[in-house]
Design a binder for this molecule. Structure first.
Ligand code: ZN
Length: 41
């Protein structure tokens, strides 16, 4: 019981750590590409 609860918490933590930065990176990369095309936006 305790072990599976810890596993679930760990999974949720890893999901956050992996998903949040990758979405941020996608946003930043997309924005940088926008700057290449539209430099004065
Ligand atoms: Zn911009």
């Amino acid at each position: 019981m305790r072990k599976s609860a810890g596993y679930r918490n760990n999974l949720r933590f890893n999901w956050r750590v992996m998903m949040v930065p990758s979405s941020l990176i996608d946003y930043v990369v997309a924005h940088e590409l926008c700057h290449v095309v539209h430099k004065n936006h």
